[in-house]
Design a protein around this ligand. Structure first.
Ligand code: HEM
Ligand code: CA
Length: 627
């Protein structure tokens, strides 16, 4: 069976039925492992209102039997038990008992910067990162008084949570700058209710609930919108051209982003990573504007609604649209049609889906720690921009970490046009220099950090098993010999692993997953499809507020649901740019005959008259709910 699961050397497509067999195995295994991990919040006491049609900011009470599931600050679950060196906490080592290969060496050999453009656009990369910031944020350990930990230079006196990446003397890049240590701090331990191996924590809600827009904690959410003022709307700041932007960072003097010179402010959003680089910030601006646009429309349709009602209803619609874009347009490109079908992840053309209260929506450690980081190989070093007059422009990523200041001067449209026009890098083992040698490069430095090396070290920090264990988990394939990997990846890749690792069972999941042949019509290969597929299944069927689910407190009326299904990301981008006038219909795919560029005003948006109160009395708001 397994022979059918990966493409062979002649790139024969995998039979769809074989993918089905592999995925059937996923369903057999996943539920028991998913539920095997104790959720440390299970014992906490929650008061849940089963009739409340809106989500709690921290994700609590989504699952009424397990109200802590999916909440911010809960522990990741796992597909496989952790593979710590000491069984409890120490990072994974080789099955031979010696150390694993140095992550910087692996990064230098396996993840070189080679330019292979993909068939999907750079927006596919950017939406992927934006979406990942809705579901996972792993906090690093801090000192007792909340300070960042310094692990370089390495010393026995360093903090116990230090796990620095030591750069070999002969490193072709860093040696030129006399840099021999990258500051890697272990992920904070998740406080658990039961004794057992170390677990990691997710700082944000795992649900696809727009938490990167709205926040993952009640007080944070409250600080981002206004009940009075223009009621129900998100707080904003203003660009020189009058366009709405995100509000200013609340701590400009200490956020390590604002004020490179006086009066230059970084932004605040529901997710703290908002200022990481301009293309990410752009999507935050788009969905902030979308919220406020929905509020304006709802206010015109239901003038009697107060700020709370306007905010909650707009949030519910905005989140439904994010779910629609994610599963309707984006995910099929990533995991391909077979997995989409098999796992019932396609958005239905009409009708409802069913919520499953036994499905745990928590983020899986293997997903956040390895599989979903596939997106790092999609990133270009130069981000294209297209100016208002159609002229191409662009910027180097390495010079633009934490510099969102162009938005005050109307940069938004140029960034969006660039993202939908430029090709992504292919999903392959290769990673751009700007992510590899220049990550987070400060203005006054010629170099930065190495993200693939961090990803590899993070997997070991989290005790993720070696790649071969996931071949067993996903496809029931027991690996005895290096040559067996040739079913999953080119021999040239397998040989590299063989030269670097002492045992085939040592190979790190992140690197091997990036090396796999893609599944037919997918960006990623079988193993990442397995892990991402399970996660996306759990996030859909384990979410009581999923926009298509029937018979729940927050269920949309049939008419409302059909309106949500008209959502396209192209329309959202058009409507929330400054003055974009043309765009291709599916922004994740390049322009083609089948995906033509069309005028923005020909794209349909949900008609919010389906939310007129008098049309559907009580349909979406149970009478017994009084906020
Ligand atoms: C310019 C683009 C990007 C940059 C600069 C970036 C940077 C980073 C950094 C610095 C980390 C933390 C690494 C660690 O210490 O372990 C991270 C984590 C992560 N990244 Fe990216 N990333 C980018 C794009 C993407 C994309 C396109 C995806 C997915 C499609 C993605 C998915 C993830 C995930 C899932 C994590 C783990 C999140 C967590 O649990 O905290 N990233 N990224
Ligand atoms: Ca979330």
């Amino acid at each position: 069976m397994s022979k059918l699961l990966a493409r062979n050397m002649s790139h024969d497509p995998i039979l769809p039925s074989a993918t089905g067999i592999a995925l059937a195995r996923i369903e057999l295994v996943a539920p028991e492992t998913r539920q095997a991990v104790a959720n440390c919040k299970e014992d906490q006491h929650y008061h849940c209102d089963p009739y409340k049609p809106y989500r709690n900011s921290d994700g609590s009470c989504n699952n009424l039997h397990n109200p802590g599931w999916g909440t911010s600050f809960s522990c990741f679950t796992r597909l496989l038990p952790p593979a710590y060196a000491d069984g409890l906490s120490a990072p994974r080592i080789s099955v031979t008992g010696s150390s694993l290969p140095n992550p910087r060496v692996l990064s230098a050999v396996l993840h070189r910067d080679l330019n292979y453009p993909a068939t999907y656009t750079h927006m596919t990369m950017q939406y992927g990162q934006f979406f990942s910031h809705d579901v996972a944020f792993t906090p690093s350990s801090r000192t007792k008084d909340g300070k960042m930990i310094q692990c370089c230079p390495p010393s026995p006196n360093n903090h116990p949570q230090c796990y620095p990446i030591l750069v070999p003397k002969e490193d072709p890049f860093y040696s030129g700058y006399n840099e021999y240590c990258l500051n890697f701090v272990r992920t904070a331990m998740c406080p658990q209710c039961k004794l057992g191996p170390r677990e990691q924590m997710n700082q944000i809600t795992s649900y696809i609930d727009g938490s990167m827009v709205y926040g993952s904690m009640e007080n944070e959410t409250r600080s981002l919108w206004t009940r009075t003022g223009p009621a129900g709307r998100m707080h904003i700041s203003m660009a020189a051209n009058g366009g709405e932007l995100l509000p200013h960072s609340p701590e400009p003097d200490s956020d390590q982003c604002s004020k490179p010179s006086e009066n230059m402010y970084c932004f605040k959003a529901g997710d703290k990573r908002v200022n990481q680089h301009p293309a990410l910030t752009a999507l935050h601006v788009v969905f902030l504007r979308q919220h406020n646009k929905i509020v304006n429309e709802l206010k015109a349709i239901n003038p009697h609604w107060d700020g709370e009602r306007l905010y909650q209803e707009a949030r519910r619609i905005n989140v439904a649209q994010i779910q629609m874009v994610t599963y309707g347009e984006w995910l099929p490109i990533i995991i391909g049609p077979d997995a989409m079908k098999f796992l019932k992840l396609y958005v239905l053309p009409y009708g409802y889906t069913d919520y499953d209260p036994y499905t745990n929506p928590n983020v899986i450690n293997e997903f956040a720690g390895a599989a979903f980081r596939f997106g790092h190989s999609l990133v270009n070093s130069v981000f294209a921009e297209i100016l208002d007059d159609g002229k191409p422009s662009g910027y180097r990523l390495r010079e633009n970490f934490f510099t969102p200041f162009g938005f005050y001067h109307g940069q938004l449209d140029a960034v969006i046009r660039g993202l939908v026009s430029q090709a992504s890098q292919n999903r392959d083992p290769f990673i751009s220099q700007d992510m590899k040698n220049h990550l987070y490069r400060p203005k006054d430095s010629p170099y930065g950090l190495d993200l693939p090396a961090f990803n590899i070290q993070r997997g070991r920090d989290h005790g993720l098993s070696g790649y071969t264990d996931y071949l067993k988990f996903c496809f029931d394939e027991k690996i005895y010999d290096w040559a067996q990997l040739d079913q999953y990846m080119p021999t040239s890749q397998r040989t590299k692993f063989q030269n670097l690792y002492k045992s085939v069972h040592d190979v790190d999941l992140f690197s091997a997953g990036l090396a796999e042949y893609p599944l037919p019509g997918a960006a990623v290969g079988p193993t990442f499809t397995c892990i991402i597929g399970i996660q996306m299944y759990n996030l859909k069927f384990g979410d009581r507020f999923w926009f298509e689910h029937r018979d729940q407190a927050g269920t949309f009326s049939p008419d409302q649901l059909q309106e949500i299904r008209k959502t396209t990301f192209a329309q959202i981008l058009c409507a929330n740019s400054d003055k974009l006038s043309f765009i291709q219909k599916n922004v994740f795919r390049g322009e083609s005959k089948r995906n033509p560029v069309v005028p923005c005003n020909t794209l349909t948006a949900p008609d919010l008259r389906a939310w007129r109160d008098s049309n559907y009395p009580g349909a979406e708001i149970p009478n017994n709910y009084h906020p």
